[in-house]
Design a protein around this ligand. Structure first.
Ligand SMILES: [Fe+2]
Length: 438
C-alpha cells in the first residue's frame, strides 16, 4: 500500500470512528442498544470498528466507548488499550455488557495524529490528587445530609430518600475513580461530630469493603446507603447516655439498645427498601445470639448485616472521641479478631482485614528515621511498604515540610510501627488541611 492509500484508509477509519462515537452518544440517550449501522460503513471501516460483548473483551484490545451497560452511572475516563485482566474484571463488575472497540490500532501508531492515541491505556481510575478535591466536597456534603436526616428524625418530619440515595451513588463513584481519596477523608475527625462522621465513614468503609469483595455496583451502592442510615436512631437517645465516657449501667444499656428500632421505624417512614432496613436492623446482632435487638442467631443474619457489624465496630474503635483517642487500625482489627469467634463472621472478618491492609490508607506510621508519615497509597505487591507522606519529626517534635516517599523503592527507611496522632500530640486535621487537601 502506498503512502497516499495508507493515509486514505486512516482517514476513513477516523471518520468511521467519529460516526460511531456520535451514534453511540445518540443511542445511549435512547436506552443504548446496537450503536451504529454496520451496513452504512465500508469494508475497511467494518474491519476497524466493532461492538463486542464484555465476555469477548481481551487484554490488548483498544476500547473506544461503552456501548451498553446495566443501570448505573459508570463511565470510562479515557479510551485506550486494555492492559490487564483486572481492568476487564472491573468493567464486568461495573455492569458493562457491550463495548465498541477498534480492532486495528497498532501500539505505535496514531490516527492522523488526532484522537485515538494508540499508546494510551484504558483508565477507569484517576490519580489521588485529581480525586481529593471532589472527595472533600462530597464528604462535607455527606455530613450535611447526615445532619438533615438526624434533624428530620428528631423533629418527626418526613424525609425524601432521593438526596441520600443519590449521594450513595456519588460516594461509590468517587471510590471507583480512586478509593484512597475518600478513605483519607474518613481520617479527618472533629471530636464533637462523632455521630455524623461515624455513619458517613461506615458508608464509605462498607462500600470499599463491598468493592473489595467484588459485589455488583448496585449492591455496593445499597451497602453504602445502609451505612449512612444505620445509626439514625441514636439521635433519640439521651446525650448523657450517648456520650457517656465510661461503661453504661444495665438500664442505660437497655436505653441505648433502643436506637436500632428507633432508626428502623424512621426508615419505614422514609419508605426505604425492606432488604436494606433488614441489614440496618442487624448491625448489633451477633452470630452467637447475644446481640440486639432481636437476638438473632447466625443463620438468621444476612451477609450484609454481618458486614455492617464488622465495619461499624471497626470505625467506632478507630474514631477519636471527646473522651478518648481512637485506636490504630491494627489494634482495632486485633480486638475484632478476638471478638470474632462467636460473634462476627470469621471469614468476612478475614476478608475485611485483607481489604484494609496492614497499613490502611489514612493511617499513621513511625519510620526507622524517627519520622511520622501518613499512608497515602498501598503497594499491592508489598503491603509492608506503602507510599507515605512524611510530615513530622519525633526527634524534634516538630512538623516537617511534607515529602512523599515510596517505601517499596526507598531502601533507606522502613516502617517501625503504626502510631496514632495522639501519641505525639499531632494535630492531624491541621496537617490534612495544610498539606493534603491544599
Ligand atoms: Fe448502632
Amino acid at each position: 500500500m502506498n503512502n497516499a492509500n495508507a493515509k486514505d484508509v486512516i482517514k476513513l477509519k477516523f471518520l468511521a470512528v467519529s460516526a460511531v462515537l456520535a451514534a453511540v452518544t445518540r443511542n445511549t440517550t435512547n436506552g443504548g442498544h446496537s450503536p451504529y449501522q454496520l451496513d452504512q460503513l465500508t469494508e475497511a471501516e467494518r474491519m476497524s470498528v466493532i461492538t463486542i460483548g464484555i465476555e469477548q473483551l481481551e487484554v490488548g484490545m483498544y476500547v473506544l466507548e461503552i456501548a451498553e451497560q446495566r443501570a448505573g452511572t459508570v463511565h470510562i475516563k479515557t479510551r485506550g488499550r486494555v492492559t490487564s485482566q483486572a481492568t476487564i474484571d472491573e468493567l464486568k463488575r461495573k455492569g458493562i455488557t457491550r463495548l465498541v472497540i477498534e480492532t486495528d490500532v497498532e501500539s505505535n501508531s496514531t490516527v492522523s495524529g488526532q484522537g485515538l492515541p494508540a499508546n494510551q491505556y484504558l483508565e477507569t481510575t484517576v490519580p489521588l490528587e485529581d480525586e481529593l478535591a471532589r472527595a472533600e466536597k462530597l464528604y462535607h456534603q455527606g455530613l450535611k445530609i447526615q445532619e438533615n436526616l438526624y434533624k428530620a428524625i428528631q423533629d418527626g418530619t418526613p424525609f425524601d430518600d432521593y438526596v441520600p440515595k443519590e449521594f450513595s451513588t456519588s460516594l461509590v463513584g468517587s471510590l471507583d475513580r480512586n478509593p484512597d481519596a475518600l478513605l483519607l477523608m474518613t481520617k479527618i475527625r472533629e471530636k464533637d461530630s462523632y455521630l455524623l462522621e461515624h455513619s458517613l465513614n461506615v458508608g464509605i468503609l462498607l462500600a470499599n469493603f463491598a468493592r473489595f469483595l467484588e459485589l455488583d455496583e448496585q449492591e455496593i451502592e445499597q451497602l453504602a446507603y445502609s451505612g449512612l442510615l444505620h445509626d439514625l436512631g441514636k439521635i433519640k437517645i439521651d446525650d448523657a447516655i450517648l456520650h457517656k465516657p465510661g461503661r453504661l449501667t444495665v438500664e442505660e444499656m437497655e436505653e441505648m439498645k433502643k436506637h436500632v428500632n428507633y432508626g428502623v421505624e424512621f426508615l419505614h417512614q422514609m419508605k426505604i427498601d425492606s432488604s436494606l432496613i433488614k441489614w440496618v436492623s442487624e448491625h448489633h446482632e451477633r452470630l452467637d445470639g447475644l446481640g440486639y435487638p432481636a437476638q438473632l442467631t447466625a443463620d438468621q443474619i444476612t451477609r450484609q448485616g454481618r458486614m455492617l457489624a464488622i465495619v461499624d465496630m471497626y470505625d467506632a474503635l478507630t474514631a477519636d472521641r471527646c473522651y478518648k483517642p481512637g485506636m490504630s487500625s491494627q489494634k482495632a482489627l486485633q480486638i475484632l479478631l478476638k471478638d470474632s469467634k462467636n460473634k462476627l463472621d470469621p471469614s468476612l472478618l478475614q476478608q475485611f482485614i485483607r481489604c484494609m491492609g496492614i497499613y490502611p490508607v489514612g493511617s499513621l506510621v513511625e519510620l526507622s528515621n524517627n519520622k511520622v508519615a501518613l499512608v497515602i497509597k498501598q503497594n499491592d505487591k508489598q503491603p509492608l511498604k506503602p507510599h507515605v507522606r512524611v510530615f513530622y519529626s519525633t526527634a524534634g517534635n516538630h512538623y516537617l515540610t511534607p515529602k512523599e516517599v515510596n517505601l517499596a523503592t526507598d531502601d533507606r527507611v522502613k516502617i517501625d510501627k503504626a502510631v496514632v496522632a495522639s501519641d505525639y500530640n499531632i494535630d492531624i486535621n491541621r496537617f490534612f488541611n495544610e498539606s493534603v487537601l491544599s
